[in-house]
Design a protein around this ligand. Structure first.
Ligand SMILES: Cc1ncc(COP(=O)(O)O)c(C=O)c1O
Length: 427
Protein backbone atom coordinates (compact mmCIF):
# COMPACT_ATOMS: atom_id res chain seq x y z
CA UNK A 1 0.00 0.00 0.00
CA UNK A 2 1.46 3.39 -0.99
CA UNK A 3 1.59 6.17 1.58
CA UNK A 4 -1.28 7.89 -0.23
CA UNK A 5 -3.46 4.76 -0.20
CA UNK A 6 -2.76 4.37 3.52
CA UNK A 7 -3.70 8.01 4.17
CA UNK A 8 -6.92 7.59 2.20
CA UNK A 9 -7.85 4.45 4.13
CA UNK A 10 -7.03 6.15 7.44
CA UNK A 11 -9.08 9.19 6.48
CA UNK A 12 -12.09 7.07 5.62
CA UNK A 13 -11.76 5.06 8.85
CA UNK A 14 -11.43 8.15 11.06
CA UNK A 15 -13.47 10.80 9.22
CA UNK A 16 -16.05 8.73 7.35
CA UNK A 17 -16.84 8.22 3.67
CA UNK A 18 -17.86 10.73 1.01
CA UNK A 19 -15.66 13.55 2.21
CA UNK A 20 -14.88 15.50 -0.89
CA UNK A 21 -11.36 15.29 -2.24
CA UNK A 22 -9.93 16.95 -5.33
CA UNK A 23 -8.41 15.07 -8.29
CA UNK A 24 -8.33 11.44 -9.41
CA UNK A 25 -4.86 11.30 -7.85
CA UNK A 26 -5.44 13.30 -4.66
CA UNK A 27 -2.71 15.76 -3.71
CA UNK A 28 -1.00 15.36 -0.31
CA UNK A 29 -0.05 18.96 0.41
CA UNK A 30 2.26 19.68 3.32
CA UNK A 31 3.48 23.27 2.87
CA UNK A 32 2.49 26.56 1.27
CA UNK A 33 4.09 29.92 0.52
CA UNK A 34 2.63 32.74 -1.56
CA UNK A 35 1.01 31.17 -4.64
CA UNK A 36 2.89 27.87 -4.25
CA UNK A 37 2.09 24.58 -2.56
CA UNK A 38 4.39 21.59 -1.98
CA UNK A 39 3.38 17.96 -1.64
CA UNK A 40 4.87 15.31 0.62
CA UNK A 41 7.34 14.30 -2.11
CA UNK A 42 8.65 17.86 -2.35
CA UNK A 43 6.89 18.59 -5.65
CA UNK A 44 5.84 22.19 -6.18
CA UNK A 45 2.37 23.20 -7.48
CA UNK A 46 1.18 26.56 -8.76
CA UNK A 47 -2.00 27.29 -6.81
CA UNK A 48 -4.58 28.73 -9.22
CA UNK A 49 -7.53 27.61 -7.12
CA UNK A 50 -7.39 28.62 -3.46
CA UNK A 51 -9.07 31.89 -2.57
CA UNK A 52 -8.96 31.37 1.20
CA UNK A 53 -5.21 32.15 1.46
CA UNK A 54 -6.23 35.48 -0.06
CA UNK A 55 -2.96 37.37 0.48
CA UNK A 56 -0.85 34.28 -0.18
CA UNK A 57 -0.24 31.04 1.70
CA UNK A 58 1.35 31.61 5.10
CA UNK A 59 1.81 35.34 4.58
CA UNK A 60 4.40 36.34 7.22
CA UNK A 61 2.41 39.39 8.39
CA UNK A 62 -0.69 37.26 9.06
CA UNK A 63 1.40 34.59 10.78
CA UNK A 64 3.07 37.25 12.92
CA UNK A 65 -0.27 38.90 13.83
CA UNK A 66 -1.75 35.54 14.89
CA UNK A 67 1.35 34.57 16.91
CA UNK A 68 1.58 37.97 18.62
CA UNK A 69 -2.08 38.03 19.68
CA UNK A 70 -2.15 34.31 20.59
CA UNK A 71 0.77 34.85 22.92
CA UNK A 72 -0.94 37.85 24.56
CA UNK A 73 -4.63 36.95 24.98
CA UNK A 74 -7.45 35.00 23.39
CA UNK A 75 -10.88 35.18 24.99
CA UNK A 76 -14.37 36.02 23.66
CA UNK A 77 -16.72 38.94 23.19
CA UNK A 78 -18.13 38.81 26.72
CA UNK A 79 -15.14 40.88 27.80
CA UNK A 80 -14.38 44.32 26.47
CA UNK A 81 -11.57 44.34 23.89
CA UNK A 82 -10.46 46.86 21.26
CA UNK A 83 -9.52 44.17 18.69
CA UNK A 84 -13.06 43.55 17.41
CA UNK A 85 -13.93 47.26 17.50
CA UNK A 86 -10.85 48.34 15.57
CA UNK A 87 -11.50 45.63 13.02
CA UNK A 88 -15.22 46.29 12.53
CA UNK A 89 -14.54 50.02 12.25
CA UNK A 90 -11.93 49.40 9.54
CA UNK A 91 -14.05 46.77 7.77
CA UNK A 92 -17.27 48.78 7.65
CA UNK A 93 -15.23 51.74 6.37
CA UNK A 94 -14.94 49.81 3.08
CA UNK A 95 -18.77 49.61 2.70
CA UNK A 96 -21.23 52.17 1.40
CA UNK A 97 -23.78 53.99 3.53
CA UNK A 98 -25.78 52.70 5.46
CA UNK A 99 -23.79 49.48 6.05
CA UNK A 100 -22.05 50.45 9.27
CA UNK A 101 -22.06 47.57 11.78
CA UNK A 102 -21.13 43.88 11.92
CA UNK A 103 -21.39 40.57 13.72
CA UNK A 104 -18.33 38.30 13.50
CA UNK A 105 -18.69 34.55 13.10
CA UNK A 106 -16.36 31.63 12.37
CA UNK A 107 -17.75 30.53 8.99
CA UNK A 108 -19.66 31.77 5.98
CA UNK A 109 -22.45 29.31 6.80
CA UNK A 110 -22.97 30.90 10.19
CA UNK A 111 -22.95 34.34 8.60
CA UNK A 112 -25.67 33.34 6.12
CA UNK A 113 -27.67 31.68 8.90
CA UNK A 114 -27.62 34.98 10.81
CA UNK A 115 -28.48 36.94 7.65
CA UNK A 116 -31.61 34.84 7.10
CA UNK A 117 -32.65 35.38 10.69
CA UNK A 118 -31.94 39.13 10.43
CA UNK A 119 -34.29 39.28 7.46
CA UNK A 120 -36.89 37.39 9.49
CA UNK A 121 -36.47 39.80 12.42
CA UNK A 122 -36.91 42.85 10.19
CA UNK A 123 -39.82 41.59 8.05
CA UNK A 124 -41.56 39.12 10.36
CA UNK A 125 -41.63 36.73 7.34
CA UNK A 126 -39.61 33.62 6.53
CA UNK A 127 -39.78 33.08 2.75
CA UNK A 128 -36.43 33.16 0.92
CA UNK A 129 -35.41 33.24 -2.73
CA UNK A 130 -32.07 31.85 -3.98
CA UNK A 131 -30.80 30.66 -7.35
CA UNK A 132 -31.18 27.06 -8.44
CA UNK A 133 -27.44 26.42 -8.68
CA UNK A 134 -26.12 27.96 -5.51
CA UNK A 135 -24.40 27.03 -2.30
CA UNK A 136 -24.58 29.24 0.75
CA UNK A 137 -23.30 26.86 3.42
CA UNK A 138 -24.05 23.93 5.64
CA UNK A 139 -26.26 24.85 8.62
CA UNK A 140 -29.73 23.27 8.64
CA UNK A 141 -31.35 26.59 7.61
CA UNK A 142 -28.80 27.48 4.95
CA UNK A 143 -28.74 23.95 3.49
CA UNK A 144 -32.34 24.56 2.50
CA UNK A 145 -31.07 27.03 -0.10
CA UNK A 146 -28.54 24.76 -1.76
CA UNK A 147 -29.60 22.63 -4.68
CA UNK A 148 -26.54 20.38 -4.86
CA UNK A 149 -28.08 17.85 -2.46
CA UNK A 150 -31.77 18.04 -1.53
CA UNK A 151 -32.25 18.25 2.24
CA UNK A 152 -33.60 15.17 4.05
CA UNK A 153 -37.39 15.54 4.09
CA UNK A 154 -37.29 17.85 1.05
CA UNK A 155 -37.21 21.63 0.77
CA UNK A 156 -39.25 23.61 3.26
CA UNK A 157 -42.17 25.44 1.70
CA UNK A 158 -40.44 28.77 2.49
CA UNK A 159 -37.76 28.49 -0.25
CA UNK A 160 -38.15 29.41 -3.92
CA UNK A 161 -35.38 28.86 -6.44
CA UNK A 162 -34.97 31.07 -9.52
CA UNK A 163 -32.85 30.06 -12.53
CA UNK A 164 -29.18 30.96 -12.07
CA UNK A 165 -28.06 33.57 -14.60
CA UNK A 166 -26.03 31.99 -17.41
CA UNK A 167 -24.53 34.56 -19.78
CA UNK A 168 -23.38 31.92 -22.24
CA UNK A 169 -26.90 30.56 -22.61
CA UNK A 170 -28.94 33.56 -21.34
CA UNK A 171 -32.53 33.47 -20.22
CA UNK A 172 -34.44 35.75 -22.57
CA UNK A 173 -32.17 34.64 -25.43
CA UNK A 174 -29.71 37.52 -25.45
CA UNK A 175 -27.09 38.84 -23.04
CA UNK A 176 -28.46 42.45 -22.67
CA UNK A 177 -31.59 43.96 -21.17
CA UNK A 178 -33.81 40.98 -21.97
CA UNK A 179 -31.51 38.80 -19.85
CA UNK A 180 -31.89 41.13 -16.83
CA UNK A 181 -35.67 41.41 -17.29
CA UNK A 182 -36.03 37.64 -17.58
CA UNK A 183 -34.14 37.21 -14.28
CA UNK A 184 -36.24 39.92 -12.58
CA UNK A 185 -39.45 38.29 -13.87
CA UNK A 186 -38.41 35.01 -12.22
CA UNK A 187 -37.75 36.85 -8.94
CA UNK A 188 -41.15 38.58 -9.16
CA UNK A 189 -42.83 35.23 -9.76
CA UNK A 190 -41.09 33.75 -6.72
CA UNK A 191 -42.06 36.74 -4.55
CA UNK A 192 -45.71 36.38 -5.61
CA UNK A 193 -45.63 32.67 -4.83
CA UNK A 194 -44.18 33.30 -1.34
CA UNK A 195 -46.67 36.08 -0.66
CA UNK A 196 -49.42 33.60 -1.48
CA UNK A 197 -48.00 31.12 1.04
CA UNK A 198 -48.13 31.20 4.86
CA UNK A 199 -44.40 32.06 4.90
CA UNK A 200 -44.51 35.46 3.21
CA UNK A 201 -41.39 36.97 1.64
CA UNK A 202 -38.37 38.03 3.69
CA UNK A 203 -35.27 38.03 1.47
CA UNK A 204 -33.50 37.38 -1.79
CA UNK A 205 -30.06 35.89 -1.10
CA UNK A 206 -27.54 36.01 -3.92
CA UNK A 207 -23.83 36.08 -4.51
CA UNK A 208 -23.66 39.28 -6.60
CA UNK A 209 -20.90 37.69 -8.70
CA UNK A 210 -22.78 34.34 -8.92
CA UNK A 211 -19.53 32.46 -8.31
CA UNK A 212 -21.00 29.03 -7.64
CA UNK A 213 -23.29 29.49 -10.62
CA UNK A 214 -20.26 29.87 -12.92
CA UNK A 215 -19.66 33.67 -12.67
CA UNK A 216 -21.72 34.78 -15.68
CA UNK A 217 -20.76 37.98 -17.52
CA UNK A 218 -23.62 40.30 -16.55
CA UNK A 219 -24.58 43.58 -18.22
CA UNK A 220 -24.32 46.75 -16.09
CA UNK A 221 -27.40 47.13 -13.92
CA UNK A 222 -28.34 43.46 -14.33
CA UNK A 223 -29.64 43.19 -10.76
CA UNK A 224 -31.46 46.55 -10.60
CA UNK A 225 -34.91 45.31 -11.62
CA UNK A 226 -34.74 42.28 -9.34
CA UNK A 227 -33.61 44.42 -6.40
CA UNK A 228 -36.45 46.90 -7.07
CA UNK A 229 -38.95 44.03 -7.02
CA UNK A 230 -37.57 42.84 -3.67
CA UNK A 231 -37.79 46.33 -2.13
CA UNK A 232 -41.30 46.89 -3.50
CA UNK A 233 -42.40 43.72 -1.75
CA UNK A 234 -40.83 44.85 1.54
CA UNK A 235 -38.07 42.23 1.39
CA UNK A 236 -34.34 42.49 2.03
CA UNK A 237 -31.41 41.78 -0.28
CA UNK A 238 -28.68 39.61 1.21
CA UNK A 239 -25.38 39.68 -0.70
CA UNK A 240 -23.21 36.64 -0.05
CA UNK A 241 -19.67 37.98 -0.52
CA UNK A 242 -17.96 34.81 0.70
CA UNK A 243 -16.39 34.36 -2.74
CA UNK A 244 -16.21 37.72 -4.55
CA UNK A 245 -15.39 39.86 -1.49
CA UNK A 246 -12.14 41.49 -0.39
CA UNK A 247 -11.24 42.76 -3.86
CA UNK A 248 -11.13 39.44 -5.66
CA UNK A 249 -12.95 40.79 -8.73
CA UNK A 250 -10.29 43.47 -9.25
CA UNK A 251 -12.58 46.46 -9.64
CA UNK A 252 -14.14 46.93 -6.21
CA UNK A 253 -13.65 45.71 -2.68
CA UNK A 254 -17.09 44.03 -2.78
CA UNK A 255 -18.98 42.14 -5.47
CA UNK A 256 -22.18 44.09 -4.81
CA UNK A 257 -20.32 47.37 -5.43
CA UNK A 258 -19.20 45.98 -8.77
CA UNK A 259 -22.83 44.98 -9.48
CA UNK A 260 -23.96 48.52 -8.57
CA UNK A 261 -26.31 47.60 -5.71
CA UNK A 262 -26.39 48.28 -1.98
CA UNK A 263 -27.82 45.26 -0.15
CA UNK A 264 -29.39 45.42 3.29
CA UNK A 265 -27.19 42.58 4.56
CA UNK A 266 -23.76 41.36 3.42
CA UNK A 267 -22.15 38.10 4.47
CA UNK A 268 -18.42 37.36 4.51
CA UNK A 269 -16.15 34.38 4.99
CA UNK A 270 -13.41 32.41 3.26
CA UNK A 271 -10.65 35.00 2.53
CA UNK A 272 -11.41 37.18 5.53
CA UNK A 273 -8.46 36.05 7.67
CA UNK A 274 -6.36 34.15 5.14
CA UNK A 275 -7.45 30.72 6.40
CA UNK A 276 -7.97 31.51 10.06
CA UNK A 277 -11.71 30.73 10.52
CA UNK A 278 -13.44 34.11 10.39
CA UNK A 279 -16.77 35.09 8.85
CA UNK A 280 -19.08 38.02 9.33
CA UNK A 281 -22.35 39.81 8.66
CA UNK A 282 -22.39 43.51 7.79
CA UNK A 283 -25.61 45.55 7.97
CA UNK A 284 -26.96 48.83 9.19
CA UNK A 285 -26.92 49.13 13.00
CA UNK A 286 -30.76 49.20 13.10
CA UNK A 287 -30.93 45.89 11.22
CA UNK A 288 -28.38 44.42 13.63
CA UNK A 289 -30.34 45.69 16.61
CA UNK A 290 -33.59 44.25 15.22
CA UNK A 291 -31.83 40.87 15.00
CA UNK A 292 -30.36 41.08 18.48
CA UNK A 293 -33.78 41.97 19.90
CA UNK A 294 -35.39 38.81 18.50
CA UNK A 295 -32.50 36.34 18.64
CA UNK A 296 -30.11 36.43 21.54
CA UNK A 297 -26.84 35.72 19.78
CA UNK A 298 -23.46 34.74 21.14
CA UNK A 299 -20.69 32.96 19.27
CA UNK A 300 -17.97 31.51 21.51
CA UNK A 301 -15.17 31.94 18.97
CA UNK A 302 -16.59 34.64 16.69
CA UNK A 303 -14.74 37.94 17.01
CA UNK A 304 -12.02 36.65 19.34
CA UNK A 305 -8.85 38.76 19.56
CA UNK A 306 -6.69 36.36 17.54
CA UNK A 307 -9.25 36.16 14.71
CA UNK A 308 -9.53 39.94 14.65
CA UNK A 309 -5.74 40.34 14.52
CA UNK A 310 -5.54 37.91 11.58
CA UNK A 311 -8.41 39.64 9.77
CA UNK A 312 -6.90 43.08 10.36
CA UNK A 313 -3.56 41.91 8.92
CA UNK A 314 -5.41 40.79 5.77
CA UNK A 315 -6.89 44.29 5.29
CA UNK A 316 -3.44 45.82 5.84
CA UNK A 317 -1.90 43.55 3.20
CA UNK A 318 -4.67 44.06 0.60
CA UNK A 319 -4.04 47.77 0.88
CA UNK A 320 -0.26 47.74 1.41
CA UNK A 321 0.45 45.36 -1.47
CA UNK A 322 -2.10 46.93 -3.82
CA UNK A 323 -3.71 43.54 -4.34
CA UNK A 324 -7.01 44.74 -5.85
CA UNK A 325 -5.16 46.51 -8.64
CA UNK A 326 -2.96 43.42 -9.09
CA UNK A 327 -6.11 41.30 -9.45
CA UNK A 328 -7.46 43.68 -12.10
CA UNK A 329 -4.20 43.83 -14.07
CA UNK A 330 -3.25 40.15 -13.95
CA UNK A 331 -6.85 39.05 -14.41
CA UNK A 332 -7.29 41.09 -17.59
CA UNK A 333 -3.94 39.87 -18.91
CA UNK A 334 -4.87 36.25 -18.27
CA UNK A 335 -8.32 36.50 -19.85
CA UNK A 336 -6.85 38.13 -22.95
CA UNK A 337 -4.44 35.20 -23.21
CA UNK A 338 -7.27 32.68 -22.70
CA UNK A 339 -9.22 34.38 -25.51
CA UNK A 340 -6.17 33.99 -27.78
CA UNK A 341 -6.04 30.28 -26.84
CA UNK A 342 -9.74 30.00 -27.74
CA UNK A 343 -8.76 30.86 -31.35
CA UNK A 344 -6.65 27.71 -31.36
CA UNK A 345 -8.74 25.33 -29.25
CA UNK A 346 -12.39 25.06 -30.28
CA UNK A 347 -13.22 23.23 -27.05
CA UNK A 348 -13.11 26.66 -25.33
CA UNK A 349 -16.63 28.01 -25.85
CA UNK A 350 -16.43 30.97 -23.49
CA UNK A 351 -13.89 32.89 -21.43
CA UNK A 352 -15.23 34.99 -18.57
CA UNK A 353 -14.60 36.38 -15.11
CA UNK A 354 -13.37 39.47 -13.38
CA UNK A 355 -10.11 40.20 -11.57
CA UNK A 356 -8.57 37.02 -10.27
CA UNK A 357 -11.77 34.99 -10.54
CA UNK A 358 -12.18 33.49 -13.97
CA UNK A 359 -12.61 30.41 -16.09
CA UNK A 360 -13.08 28.89 -19.51
CA UNK A 361 -16.22 26.99 -20.40
CA UNK A 362 -15.60 23.80 -22.39
CA UNK A 363 -18.05 22.70 -25.08
CA UNK A 364 -18.20 19.75 -27.47
CA UNK A 365 -19.49 22.00 -30.23
CA UNK A 366 -19.48 25.80 -30.31
CA UNK A 367 -22.58 25.98 -32.49
CA UNK A 368 -24.78 23.99 -30.11
CA UNK A 369 -22.80 24.97 -26.96
CA UNK A 370 -23.12 21.36 -25.82
CA UNK A 371 -21.33 21.20 -22.44
CA UNK A 372 -18.20 19.03 -22.06
CA UNK A 373 -18.11 18.14 -18.35
CA UNK A 374 -16.10 14.90 -18.80
CA UNK A 375 -13.43 16.70 -20.81
CA UNK A 376 -13.36 19.44 -18.18
CA UNK A 377 -12.61 16.79 -15.55
CA UNK A 378 -9.83 15.34 -17.72
CA UNK A 379 -8.30 18.77 -18.24
CA UNK A 380 -8.35 19.68 -14.55
CA UNK A 381 -6.69 16.37 -13.69
CA UNK A 382 -4.09 16.75 -16.45
CA UNK A 383 -3.27 20.24 -15.15
CA UNK A 384 -2.79 18.81 -11.67
CA UNK A 385 -0.46 16.13 -13.10
CA UNK A 386 1.53 18.97 -14.67
CA UNK A 387 1.77 20.88 -11.36
CA UNK A 388 -1.05 23.43 -11.73
CA UNK A 389 -4.05 23.33 -9.39
CA UNK A 390 -7.42 24.58 -10.65
CA UNK A 391 -11.05 23.53 -10.17
CA UNK A 392 -14.30 22.99 -12.03
CA UNK A 393 -17.60 24.84 -11.66
CA UNK A 394 -20.73 26.12 -13.38
CA UNK A 395 -24.31 25.20 -14.10
CA UNK A 396 -23.09 22.52 -16.51
CA UNK A 397 -19.95 21.60 -14.51
CA UNK A 398 -17.80 22.29 -17.55
CA UNK A 399 -15.97 25.51 -16.64
CA UNK A 400 -12.57 25.85 -15.06
CA UNK A 401 -12.55 27.70 -11.76
CA UNK A 402 -9.44 29.83 -11.44
CA UNK A 403 -9.23 31.84 -8.26
CA UNK A 404 -5.61 32.02 -7.06
CA UNK A 405 -4.17 33.85 -4.07
CA UNK A 406 -4.25 37.58 -4.88
CA UNK A 407 -0.47 38.11 -5.28
CA UNK A 408 -0.69 35.91 -8.45
CA UNK A 409 1.60 37.51 -11.06
CA UNK A 410 1.76 37.70 -14.86
CA UNK A 411 4.69 35.25 -14.72
CA UNK A 412 2.49 32.84 -12.73
CA UNK A 413 -0.26 33.33 -15.33
CA UNK A 414 2.19 32.64 -18.19
CA UNK A 415 3.23 29.35 -16.61
CA UNK A 416 -0.39 28.29 -16.11
CA UNK A 417 -1.34 29.34 -19.66
CA UNK A 418 1.50 27.48 -21.35
CA UNK A 419 0.67 24.25 -19.51
CA UNK A 420 -3.04 24.77 -20.28
CA UNK A 421 -2.19 25.17 -23.98
CA UNK A 422 -0.13 21.93 -23.89
CA UNK A 423 -2.90 20.02 -22.08
CA UNK A 424 -5.58 21.15 -24.57
CA UNK A 425 -3.27 20.28 -27.49
CA UNK A 426 -2.81 16.77 -26.11
CA UNK A 427 -6.54 15.96 -25.77
C1 LIG B 1 -21.01 31.52 -1.70
C2 LIG B 1 -20.74 30.76 -0.44
N1 LIG B 1 -21.38 31.09 0.68
C3 LIG B 1 -21.16 30.45 1.84
C4 LIG B 1 -20.28 29.39 1.92
C5 LIG B 1 -20.09 28.67 3.20
O1 LIG B 1 -18.92 29.06 3.85
P1 LIG B 1 -18.27 28.13 4.96
O2 LIG B 1 -17.74 26.91 4.30
O3 LIG B 1 -17.20 29.00 5.57
O4 LIG B 1 -19.33 27.82 5.95
C6 LIG B 1 -19.58 29.00 0.77
C7 LIG B 1 -18.62 27.89 0.83
O5 LIG B 1 -18.15 27.35 -0.14
C8 LIG B 1 -19.82 29.70 -0.44
O6 LIG B 1 -19.21 29.36 -1.58
Amino acid sequence: MSDKAALLARRERLLGRNMSLFYQDPAHIVRGEGVWLWDADGRRYLDCYNNVPHVGHCHPRVVEAIARQASTLNTHTRYLHEGILDYVERLTGTFDHPLNAAILTCTGSEANDIALRMAQAVTGKTGVIATNHTYHGNTAAVSQLSTRMPPVGGYGGHVRHVPAPDSYRPLGGEPGAAFASAFAAEVEKAIASLEDSPHGFSALIIDPFFANEGFPELPAGFLDQAVDAVRKAGGLVIADEVQPGFGRTGTHMWGHQRAGIIPEIVTLGKPMANGHPVGGVVANIDTLNAFRKVFRYFNTFGGNPVSCAAAMAVLDIIEGENLIENARRVGEYTRTAFKALAEKHSIIGDVRGSGLFMGTEFVLDRATKKPAPELATRIINAMRERGVLMGKIGVHECSTKIRPPMPFSKENADLMLSIFDDVLSSL
